[in-house]
Design a protein around this ligand. Structure first.
Ligand code: SAH
Length: 424
């Protein structure tokens, strides 16, 4: 790709033979050349280039600008965005040399991602879903979630930041009646040298609350401006429905309940009693209102504002028993270096939960830490049952819903995994 540099700079950079000149500026090829043998992952269509794999960068563009990636032997491998302050030094937009990263490119990729979701929206009667899931939709660093007529953007890479005007233009053309709101207020942006930001991009300001439809008939209150992530945990949609079928006549403990997503399905599934535990008072307040909104029975529900670790210990000491327990904690491992500590945290809550389950009770346990591999998570849960002196069987493997797909060359996209374990 080309970056604009001053004529004199260009003359120096190219020993006096500029590749293309206008009156006083020269377009120079921005090139990233990989170290010997480091092209293997790119050939398998993985979109990331780590800084360690880079041998040389010629005519670096501004942060987020386009750059062509070559093997050490000079073979074109892909066209990427350049991120000088990130360990992921470049993210590949396209593996085709004739594809330009322009308005048409973004239109095409977003339209294709939306097309895949269309049947999901129709079939399941949803008004909210993830429309674009970053690397898995060929748009590294770009999240777009749809909530009714609002599109909520999260920009996680320097490349998407650079191309934001083209991304928003594409969205305005594809969804002329929708409003676009940005929730780029996540700390992971610092790795890309980006500040946190949130606010309206176009259309009308989202109200304090909107009501989305989930899984055909469940109504959920969502605050786009201040809710977690882009407003709500869309990724757990299928698993909430899974819970429903285990709950008839049961007592259910919903740990890390947030706005009560799992609780609503437990009630719809016929739970006798549900206890929601979360540290967030405001989330529990919304959970209460979600129950009323869906004409479910608030008389069967308890709300506990407490740290889950402390609550579970207290329940264990008091000899409490539950038929069904949901553990859906926040990300315990933000980086690989935190993995060991995260494992201890997962083991702790799973051990406590295992000891609270009735015979034949079901635990739905999750990890949304991308650094936690599914087999490691399973091992941690197995160790937790062992330490609790309980035996159990996995009766279902769970994961993020299909609007958060996993592109085959990019297995890192699988971040949410869960197990349904039946205790003896
Ligand atoms: N299960 C929810 C999503 C859970 S998100 C859903 O389906 O929508 C994680 C939740 O855990 C957040 O609401 C956060 O407030 C809460 N949380 C984080 N740490 C906690 C702790 N130590 N004890 C209790 N709640 C906690």
């Amino acid at each position: 790709m080309r970056s604009l540099v001053g004529y004199n700079d260009a003359r120096e950079a190219s020993c006096g033979v500029p590749s293309f000149s206008t009156s006083d500026q020269v377009l120079m090829e921005a090139k990233l050349i990989l170290a010997h043998g480091r092209e293997k992952s790119v050939r398998r269509l993985h979109p990331w280039i780590f800084s360690k794999a880079v041998a040389k960068v010629e005519n670096p563009p501004e942060a987020g600008g386009d750059i062509d990636v070559f093997s050490a032997d000079g073979e074109f491998l892909g066209r990427a965005s350049y991120s000088p302050s990130s360990q992921i030094r470049a993210r590949i937009w396209t593996f085709r040399s004739n594809e330009r990263i322009d308005a048409d490119f973004f239109m095409g990729r977003i339209a294709r991602a939306a097309e895949i979701r269309e049947p999901m929206l129709l079939e399941t009667g949803m008004s909210a879903c993830r429309l674009v899931d970053a690397e898995s939709d060929g748009l590294p660093g770009l999240i777009i979630d749809r909530y009714n007529e609002f599109l909520v953007l999260q920009i996680l890479s320097a490349g998407c930041e650079h191309h934001l005007p083209r991304i928003t233009d594409a969205l305005k053309k594809l969804y002329p009646d929708f409003s676009i709101y940005e929730r780029s207020d996540t700390s992971s942006r610092t790795k890309e040298g980006l500040e946190q930001r949130a606010g309206l991009i176009s259309g009308s300001e989202p109200p304090e609350e909107i009501v989305i439809d989930e899984n055909g008939g469940m109504k959920i209150l969502v605050n786009i401006k201040s809710g977690h992530k882009t407003g709500y945990y869309l990724d757990q949609r299928d698993n909430r429905k899974t819970l429903e079928r285990y709950c008839r006549g049961k007592s259910v403990l919903n740990c890390f309940s947030y706005t009560g997503g799992f609780c609503l399905y437990a009630l719809r599934g016929g739970a006798r009693a549900v206890t929601n535990v979360d540290v967030s008072k405001s989330a529990l307040e919304i959970a209460k209102r979600n129950i009323v909104l869906n004409h479910l029975d608030p008389g069967r529900v308890k709300f506990v504002k407490e740290d889950v670790f402390a609550f579970l210990r207290r329940m264990k000491a008091g000899g409490a028993v539950y038929d069904v327990i949901v553990l859906d904690p926040p990300k315990f491992a933000e980086s690989r270096s935190q993995l060991e500590k995260a494992c201890r945290g997962y083991k702790d809550i799973n051990m406590l939960a295992a000891s609270l389950l009735s015979p034949g009770g079901i635990l739905l346990t999750f990890s949304c830490s991308g650094h936690m591999a599914p087999d490691l998570f399973q091992k941690v849960v197995a160790d937790a049952f062992l330490d609790a002196g309980r035996s159990g069987r996995i009766i279902q493997y769970l994961h993020q819903s299909g609007d958060h797909p996993v592109a085959l060359p990019y297995p890192e996209a699988l971040y949410l995994k869960g197990l349904a374990v039946r205790a003896e």
